[in-house]
Every structure is written in structure tokens, then in C-alpha cells.
Design a protein around this ligand. Structure first.
Ligand SMILES: [Zn+2]
Length: 281
């Protein structure tokens, strides 16, 4: 028998604004290069969330937000790759969106974070990992391997900004936990089943999500960029980025999890409703 889950407080941090091309949210099967070249419209400005998760054994930060340094010239690569980055997304990071300010507003600090986990290595999720020094940063082994690709920027990974951290690649061995049997495996962060990382690849080859199961409140699934909107995920609509087939498969598994854990709240990094959903969870 499993021990009862502890009480776990989760706070949504507001680490910037982003706007993206419509196909980046609601895909129709259009090749990414095509919409990158031809898109004329932007989504509304959307939040860039990170989540502070307070477990009795330690405080975990899931994703780290966009760095204010990204607004300075020279942050993006030169040439075509840099142009593609700027065509696909625009960011705003006001002073109050800085991670230090956001953590302070949540009653915490960089030094009080015991463990970081990043859903994937894109700049709006891993953009502030360099602030954490020796603090371990969990990411999937598949995502970690992107750092040693010949040109990680072709995968949307800016090594100069997200490469320096105390990365601890995690594997997802098969789990005996029947509630998460739809996933190939899992990484149980504190060994009590309360915080469990599961693979949800597709947006990037190593994207992962965090399941939070806790006493006295609804379970949560922090999905990074698997979707921008849980309603799209429910309808099986995935973005026109990365590997669409893998995203559909990961979304299917998440829907199965929703059926298994009634009341599960899906929190996406760029969902404007995420804070409201969290407050009512
Ligand atoms: Zn993102």
C-alpha cells in the first residue's frame, strides 16, 4: 500500500509574455518551415509560466521562464537561424517577470529552490537555468542529448544560454504504479509518488511533464508546451511544430491519465487560464 500523498503547494510564476504564430498553437498539418515563412498574424500575448512546487522534502521549480537578457541584442544566433527564432516567437520580459522577482513574490528565492526540472530546453523554459549554479536540474535524457548535437539551435536550443547548469538527465523506467501505466515509464522525484516526471515527447524529442498528486487538492499535470490549451489537447489538436505524431501519442496518453484521475487539472506553460485553473484545483 502506498503512503498517503502529502500536502503540496503549487504556485504559478509569471515569467514574461510571448506571442507565437497561430499554427504554433492549433496545427493543421502545415510544415513548420512553410508557416514560418508565410505567417502574417500573431496570437494574443500569452504568459510564460514556471511553477513552484513545495513538497515537504524539498522545493522544486518546474521550468524557469524567459530570461530578461533575451531582449538584448546578440541573444539570438546570427543569420537564418536567428531570423527563424524571431519569426516564430516574440517575447516581453518586464522587470516584474524576472525569476528572482517572481520567486520573491511567492515567498521564495533562487537559493531556496532545492531542485529544478525543465520540461524541455527551449529558452522560455530553460532560459534562467544559469541562475541555479550547483542546484540539480532534471531533464529527460533525450532532451539532454540535444545539447551535444552538432547544431542544437536547429532544435530550438540556444546552448550559449541554456547549456550551463548542473543537469541531471533522468530516465523513465517502467513503473509499477497502475495510475500512470499509460506512460512508458516514470521518474519519481522524491520516491513517494507525489511528484512524478513522465515522458511527453513531440514538441521536442525529450519533452516531459510533471504529475503532482497531493492531499486535499486536485492532481495536476504540468505539461510544458505539449499544448497551449487543454481544450485542444482534449480534442486531439496538436501544434504544427516538432513531431506531430509523437505529440498526438503523448496527448492520447494524457487523455487516458485524465480518465484515470478524475479532476486532473492540466497546466500548460502558455495557457492564460492556467492560474485560474490552478486556483480552483
Ligand atoms: Zn514555450
Amino acid at each position: 500500500m502506498r503512503m498517503p500523498f502529502p500536502e503540496i503547494d503549487v504556485v504559478a510564476l509569471d515569467c514574461g509574455r510571448v506571442r507565437v504564430r497561430p499554427k504554433n498553437i492549433r496545427g493543421t498539418g502545415t510544415p513548420m518551415l512553410w508557416w514560418t515563412l508565410t505567417a502574417r498574424t500573431w496570437s494574443p500575448w500569452l504568459p510564460v509560466h514556471a511553477f513552484l512546487v513545495s513538497h515537504p522534502r524539498g522545493t522544486l521549480l518546474f521550468d524557469t521562464g524567459q530570461s530578461p537578457a533575451s531582449l538584448a541584442p546578440g541573444y539570438y544566433p546570427r543569420g537564418l537561424v536567428g531570423w527563424v527564432f524571431r519569426r516564430q516567437a516574440e517575447f516581453r520580459v518586464e522587470v516584474e517577470h524576472g525569476l528572482t522577482a517572481q520567486l520573491a513574490a511567492a515567498g521564495s528565492s533562487i537559493a531556496e529552490v532545492d531542485l529544478v526540472a525543465v520540461s524541455h530546453l527551449h529558452q522560455d523554459h530553460a532560459g534562467n537555468v544559469a541562475l541555479f549554479g550547483e542546484t540539480p536540474v532534471l531533464l529527460s535524457r533525450a532532451e539532454h542529448s540535444l545539447l551535444s548535437e552538432k547544431d542544437p539551435s536547429l532544435h530550438g536550443v540556444l546552448v550559449d544560454h541554456v547549456g550551463a547548469a548542473n543537469y541531471r538527465p533522468v530516465d523513465f523506467p517502467p513503473s509499477a504504479d497502475s495510475e500512470i501505466a499509460m506512460f512508458e515509464g516514470a521518474h519519481d522525484v522524491f520516491g513517494d509518488g507525489a511528484l512524478v516526471l513522465v515522458p511527453t515527447p513531440g514538441h521536442t524529442s525529450g519533452s516531459m511533464s510533471l504529475l503532482v498528486r497531493r492531499a486535499g487538492a486536485a492532481p495536476l499535470l504540468l505539461v510544458g508546451d505539449l499544448t497551449y490549451d487543454p481544450a485542444l489537447l482534449e480534442d486531439g489538436i496538436v501544434p504544427d511544430v516538432g513531431d506531430r505524431r509523437a505529440q498526438r501519442e503523448a496527448s492520447r496518453r494524457v487523455r487516458e491519465l485524465i480518465e484515470t484521475l478524475p479532476g486532473l487539472v492540466v497546466l500548460a506553460a502558455h495557457d492564460p487560464e492556467a492560474e485560474t485553473r490552478l486556483a480552483s484545483a
